[in-house]
Design a protein around this ligand. Sequence first.
Ligand code: FAD
Ligand code: SF4
Length: 479
Amino acid sequence: MDKPSNLHFLESPRRNPEEVAIPIRVREWGEIYGQFEDEGAADQSARCINCGIPYCEWQCPVHNYIPDWLRLVRQGRLFEAADLCHQTNALPEMCGRICPQDRLCEGACTLNDGLGAVTIGSVEKYITDEAIKQGWRPDLSDVQPTGKKVAVIGAGPAGLGCADRLTRHGVEAHVFDKYPRIGGLLTYGIPPFKLEKHVVETRREIMEGMGIRFHLGVEVGKDVQLDELLADYDAVFLGMGTYKYVDGRLENQDLPGVIASLPYLIGNIGQVLEEPLEGFDYVNLKDQRVVVLGGGDTAMDCVRTAIRQGASEVTCAYRRDEENMPGSRREVKNARDEGVQFLFNRQPVAIVGDDRVTGVKLVETQLGDPDEAGRRRPEPVAGSEQVVEADTVIIAFGFRPNPPEWLTAAGVQTHEDGRLIVAAEGRSEYQTSHEKIYAGGDMVRGADLVVTAVYEGREAAHSILANLGIEAPTAQHET
Ligand code: FAD
Ligand code: SF4
């Protein structure tokens, strides 16, 4: 587009690509957000005032060069924008779709102060999707093979972030995952209405084109042992996620009709893909009254999945207020738009039922003093119990790290809560207590975000490169 006026952010209001209408989207599994046309992306990018202090860039966990790629989009230099996006982020098309931008880059945008933040996420998605469609691929022609090879355990965002960065520096990356597809929770967790699975498959093709080798359907500790990997590779990176459920210890929680969030979501994804994953049954909640307990991203994904399955009523009960929900604001809005009822300040006390669940007993809460994490503690209000009727209750209280025994047996130390210890005294960033083993993502941070896992995979790769004596230039950005 022509050089926009300095006041373009006033002339052209913040606009996202069109969303699929609510009555249609709740009957389908596809993503709900459309794609910018070239002009739309350029117009929205031109709203960036290049404020000189890129708060957006700082607040983005991978520190994307946001104002720079916005400028390239405005100038129609799509492939250069795609190159620049990939300098900091191995999975920009995923982050553009599912980062909680409202509390990251867009939340920090100067224009967020009443004028409407630049639509950073949608532009990021446009850049990658459109460039790939037009034939853009990462250019690794300058990369010199180093003769080194690293085993990456886990093909989730952390493992992919690490493998991408290693490959760009001439290290052979071999990624092992127990599941048949790459992506970790991107594939087997996050529902297709937030992230269609062909997007992950396209990324797999790109990564294979870069030379990354995937060994899928291979469980480390069962099909191949850690010792073998340690013997065969120059280093091992662990990005195995966190999968142990937080147990709410509710009375009667073992009753039929009470189900755990992630198996429910995985079973549904298997059904949508027509590719069931062994051990994860499909549960159809059509015509049922469903109560989901919890207020994070997983809870939002469960309520919206139940709506699409045709549940007759879907309620989310959360023990704090809306302000203090851990899930993305955008997802809460989407859930509400799609017909989910919210009960805030309600803590579950017990599951109700004899042979099968018939409801859940909730007590009202008020918020007390902040806990160690700074979030105000919910305190039950005496005598305020109520029973909400339900045919199915889904428990979505979150996840705790669950490092396998073979890891601790190998001398990898953990914190008391199961998170892996990295960068202890005498160790590099993301290096565990075992000299040859590095780790990042949810198994180090605890359950968090895709973008933070990508960041840790990337930074762990830098540590590995340095310790293998390979120069790892910091990302260049010449535009
Ligand atoms: P994972 O994605 O969990 O990947 C770990 C991989 O390791 C898996 O593929 C697993 O199969 C593999 N693995 C484990 N053990 C072995 C073994 N022994 N051998 C071989 N392979 C193994 N974040 C967002 O930013 N936005 C969202 O909207 C969002 N929604 C979410 C919705 C749900 C339902 C859930 C559960 C999480 C969501 N998150 C979201 C969080 C995000 O998905 C995670 O923080 C992120 O995927 C963590 O990446 P990771 O690579 O550390 O682990
Ligand atoms: Fe924003 Fe996430 Fe993209 Fe960073 S990676 S610019 S936080 S959407």
